[in-house]
Write a protein that binds this ligand. Structure first.
Ligand SMILES: [Cu+2]
Length: 161
C-alpha cells in the first residue's frame, strides 16, 4: 500500500498580512450602523513624525479620510506631549491654521512640504522608535486618537494603494 497523496493547499490569504502595515489602533466603534449621522466616517492613516533636530519642536504628517457623505472640519489637535497646531506652508513660510476641511468622500492630507502638524513646547525630544499620541478634534465627528510613530529624520513614506 502506498500512502495517500495529500494535496497541498496554499493559503494565499496569509500574504495579505504582510501588506500596508496598517497598525489599526483606532478601536473602531463597533457596528456603525447606517452611519447617517456623522461619526465613524473618518479614518486616519500614514501618521508619522520625522525625528526632529530641535529639542522641543517637530512636524507631523498624516492623512484623514472621510468615507461619509457629510463634510467635517479638523478644529484642533491636542497631545500630552506638548502643544500641537496646524500649519500650512505658503511660499516656504509657515502659517497657522485655525481649522481645515475634511471633504465628504475625500481626504485631508498633511504631508512634507505642505500642511503639517506642528508640535511645540515638547516636554521630551521625540526619538526614533517612540510613539506620540495625539487627539484630533472635529467640528462634527467624535475625537480620534492617533498614535504617531517617530521615524528617522530622513524618513519618507512609500506611497502605495
Ligand atoms: Cu510648521
Amino acid at each position: 500500500m502506498r500512502p495517500p497523496i495529500v494535496p497541498v493547499v496554499v493559503l494565499s490569504g496569509a500574504l495579505l498580512l504582510a501588506g500596508c502595515g496598517s497598525d489599526s489602533d483606532s478601536g473602531s466603534g463597533s457596528g456603525s450602523g447606517s452611519g447617517s449621522d456623522g461619526g465613524g466616517g473618518l479614518s486616519v492613516s500614514g501618521a508619522y513624525i520625522p525625528q526632529p533636530v530641535s529639542d522641543d519642536m517637530a512636524a507631523g504628517y498624516l492623512t484623514i479620510a472621510n468615507a461619509g457623505d457629510t463634510k467635517d472640519e479638523l478644529t484642533s489637535i491636542t497631545s500630552s506631549a506638548g502643544e500641537v497646531t496646524m500649519h500650512e506652508t505658503v511660499g516656504g513660510a509657515m502659517q497657522e491654521l485655525k481649522q481645515l476641511p475634511v471633504p465628504a468622500q475625500g481626504q485631508l492630507v498633511f504631508k512634507s512640504g505642505g500642511n503639517h502638524l506642528m508640535f511645540d513646547k515638547l516636554k521630551r525630544k521625540p526619538k526614533q522608535g517612540q510613539t506620540i499620541s495625539v487627539e484630533l478634534h472635529f467640528a462634527t465627528s467624535d475625537p480620534v486618537v492617533v498614535k504617531m510613530p517617530v521615524k528617522s529624520a530622513t524618513y519618507t513614506p512609500t506611497t502605495g494603494h
